[in-house]
Design a protein around this ligand. Structure first.
Ligand SMILES: *[C@@H]1O[C@H](CO)[C@@H](O)[C@H](O)[C@H]1NC(C)=O
Ligand SMILES: *[C@@H]1O[C@H](CO)[C@@H](O)[C@H](O)[C@H]1NC(C)=O
Length: 436
């Protein structure tokens, strides 16, 4: 009950902070809200797990019980504070205890969820059975205890499976190959390849070594262009510059392009990133487009604000700011599809980078847009999240053809956010544009 009141207080405080927050400063109340709720949620989940596990090991000799309880207590405490702790300690390479904490957060969620799910299912089944044969007495305390213990064992097994499959997938990035028919693609660009990276999520739990590994994989594909469709960073330039440096090693003929995702704004430092990324030869496309032409080198393809109609033997590559800027009003930022795509009077095929599938759903209605590349969904990332993410996004993961000759490709993301568990494979995709 006490905790119920504290949660309520948190909500009230949060609403107050949101209301008080001017434009730019939404980031702080947002983070406060996220961390307060993560701690509360994990506290409740941990308490439940603690009670159920204590009951499970009660029959063991005391000498075995105490060490188990001590380990459990430390693990649950670390899981509860890991998410806010991660915001205080952002290093080039995440420290071991934070990584361990992030694994534990996932384990608590899986175990708590499985325990609760089994408990509720059993409860309902008992009720139904009781109603069916009214006079038989099946519920004595002892059988209930045994049933709870059995449920706990099954839940532990489910947790182990979800953790090991999730961890395996998280570290096994799938390389996907796709050919996309682009009508009107100039002959000299037939076969142009784009390496699609998305949701790299550098931050408290993803450091330099994982960025390096992605860069190596991307370079091995030898693409003409590399694109990064948002959610690249989860903290400031100051904290993550060293971790980001390997991006400067990305190799292409026609450039590395980046557009923002919602997390890049949550980082609170998106303006500095946009300013600094060109030092790593990464070109941000902020509601603007570039003409991609075969013989031009990166940097020579600048088209300014995109009123240049001479992209005759090329195609346009446009980038939109994340669609969430409409809601969060972060400074002067706003997704401006008009600015990025209007004024293309000639019939020139256009590829759009838009972090969220809901932005892709808007972009496909603009003329000559042939392909939209998105990310954001992580293909659901983990089991309990898959359903809501599937329901709330117009495109979930993979290749879609919403209209004749128009394609949307949603990457499952190259990394994961916060927890290194995935129940679907992360990906890096090599798209080949072919003339039809
Ligand atoms: C923030 O809002 C105030 C008015 O409430 C306005 O004067 C100011 O220009 C805004 N700042 C930004 C960065 O949009
Ligand atoms: C483009 O290349 C593909 C094979 O890479 C080929 O099948 C196709 O005919 C080419 N298109 C044109 C118009 O040359």
């Amino acid at each position: 009950m006490r905790w119920g009141w504290i949660s309520l207080l948190v909500i009230v405080l949060e609403v107050y902070l949101w209301a008080k927050a001017g434009n730019q400063s939404f980031v702080k109340p947002f983070r406060f809200h996220l961390y307060a709720f993560s701690v509360l949620g994990l506290y409740f989940a941990s308490r439940y797990v603690w009670r159920r596990m204590r009951q499970l090991i009660r029959p063991l000799p005391l000498l075995a019980q105490y060490p188990l309880l001590a380990v459990l207590l430390v693990a649950l405490s670390l899981a509860t504070i890991t998410i806010p702790l991660g915001q205080l300690i952002i290093l080039t390479e995440p420290p071991l205890f934070l990584l361990l904490g992030s694994y534990l957060v996932g384990a608590v969620i899986f175990l708590g969820g499985a325990l609760l799910g089994l408990h509720v299912t059993t409860f309902i089944m008992r009720r139904l059975m009781k109603r069916r044969d009214n006079n038989s007495k099946i519920d004595n305390g002892e059988s209930k205890d045994a049933s709870l213990r059995l449920q706990s064992l099954i839940a532990l097994l489910i947790m182990l499976i979800l953790c090991s499959v999730g961890d395996y997938n998280s570290h096994n990035i799938q390389i996907k190959y796709l050919a996309i028919p682009i009508s009107g693609l100039p002959d000299n660009l037939n076969g142009t390849t784009i390496v699609h990276l998305s949701d790299i999520h550098m931050g408290p739990f993803i450091g330099r070594s994982r960025v390096e590994s992605v860069v190596k994989k991307a370079n091995a594909l030898n693409g003409d262009i590399i694109v990064i469709t948002g959610d690249l960073i989860d903290s400031s330039v100051e904290n993550l510059w060293e971790a980001a440096k390997p991006l400067g090693e990305l190799k292409t003929k026609l450039g590395v392009y980046y557009t923002t995702g919602n997390h890049d704004y949550y980082s609170g430092d998106v303006d500095s990133w946009i300013e600094k990324l060109p030092e790593l030869h990464v070109t941000p496309l902020i509601n603007e487009r570039r003409c991609i032409q075969p013989l031009m080198k990166e940097g020579a393809t600048t088209e300014g604000n995109g009123r240049d109609e001479s992209c005759q033997n090329g195609f346009y590559l446009a980038g939109l700011e994340d669609i969430e800027t409409r809601r969060i009003r972060y400074g002067h930022h706003s997704m401006d599809i008009h600015k990025a795509l209007s004024g293309r009077t000639q019939k020139i095929p256009t590829v759009v980078l838009a972090h969220q599938p809901s932005a892709a759903a808007e972009a496909i209605h603009w003329k000559d847009v042939r392909l939209v590349l998105s990310g954001h969904t992580h293909a659901g990332q983990m089991l309990p999240l898959m359903l809501p993410i599937y329901l709330f996004n117009p495109y979930f993961a993979g290749l879609y053809q919403p209209m004749v000759g128009v394609y949307v490709y949603v990457s499952a993301g190259t990394h994961d956010y916060m927890l290194h568990y995935r129940h679907c494979k992360p990906d890096i995709t090599l798209l080949t544009l072919v003339n039809v």
